[in-house]
Design a protein around this ligand. Sequence first.
Ligand code: G4F
Length: 339
Amino acid sequence: MTKAFISGILGQDGAYLAEFLLKKGYEVYGGSRRNSQDELYRLQVLGIEDEVSLVPFDLLDPYNVFETVSAGQFDEFYNLAAQSFVGSSWETPVVTSNTDAMGPLYILDAIKRNSPHTKFYQASTSEMFGLIQEPRQSERTPFYPRSPYGVAKLFAHSMTVNYRESYGLHASSGILFNHESPLRGVQFVTKKITTQLSEISLGKRDILFLGNLDAKRDWGYAKEYVEGMWQMLQLKSGDDFVLASGKTSSVRDFVIKAAECLDFELEWEGEQLNEKAYIKSTGKQILGIDEKFYRPAEVDILLGNPTKAKDILGWESQTDLADLAKIMVKFDYDRISKS
Ligand code: G4F
C-alpha cells in the first residue's frame, strides 16, 4: 500500500485530499496539532474520520517534524498545514513565518537527511504574485507578495525549488489560486458570504458586513484542486504548477451569484465604505461595508494561467463560479436550517 502523510488533514484541502487518496487505496496518515481536534467535522462530513490515522504534528516544532518524517518513511508527503488566513498574517507575522516559511524547511531538511525517497508536495499560493507583474500569472511570472503570509509562502516555495535542485529531491510546489468548497473556513470571504446570506434568508441574521468588494480572485472548486496535487507527485520528477480556473471575478460578483441561489435580486447603492445592497422586492438592506475587513495592503486582482497543468498533468478546473456558489449555498442553507 502506498503510504501518504498529509499535514493539515483537518483543513479543507487536507480532508478532500485524504478522501481522494483513500479512494485510490492509499494508507493515509494525517498530522494535526493537539488543540485542533474540534475540527474533525470536515472528515466527518466526508465520512472518513475512522479511515485515516491521526498523529500529533506541529510545524512549529522541528523535533516533532523531524521525528514524524524519519519514523514514517512515507511514499508521499503533502504539506498543507499553514496559518492560511492572509488577513491574520499582519497581526501574527512571526507565527505565520515560523509556520509557513520555517515549517516546510524543517520537512524538506528531514526528508533530505532521513527519507530521501519521499515525494514532497508544498502548498504554495497565488498570494506570492501579490502586486501582479503580468496580467495572467504563470509559473514564470515574477513574484511580489503583499502580506506577511505571501512573503512566508514565497520563502517555502523557493526552498522547495532549491532542495529539488540542490539534492535531487522529488519536491513539487503547487501554486494554487483560490479554491473554495462547503468545507472552507468561515473566515474566508466566499464561505462567509454563503453562510451569512443563508442565515439572512432563514431569518437568523440581518446584515452581512464585508470589506473590499472590488478585489478580484480566480476561484475554483477545492475538490478538483487536490487531484492536481496528487498528479504532480506522480510525475517522474518534481516540478512547479499553477492550478487555476483562468477566470477572475470580484467579491461583489460572488455576492450576486450567491444571492441568486437564495432568490435574492439585489439593488446596489453608494460606493466604497458607503456601499450597500438591498433586496429589490422588499427594500431590506442585507449588505454593508465595515472598514475592519479591509487589509493594510490588498492584492487587487489575481488571474491564473493554468496552461502548464493542462499540458503536462491533463488537469483542468471544471466548476464555474455560479456552480461553486450553488454548491456552497445549498450546503450552508441545509445545515443552518437544521440547526
Ligand atoms: O477569501 P479571502 O480571505 O482569501 P485570500 O486572501 O485571497 O486568500 C486565500 O487564497 C489564497 C490563494 O490565493 C490562499 F493562499 C490563502 O491561504 C487563502 O486561502 O479574501 C479574498 C478577497 C480579499 O481581497 C479580501 O480583501 O476578499 C476580500 N474581502 C472583502 N471582504 C474579504 C472580506 N475577505 C475576507 N476574508 N472577509 C471579508 O469580509
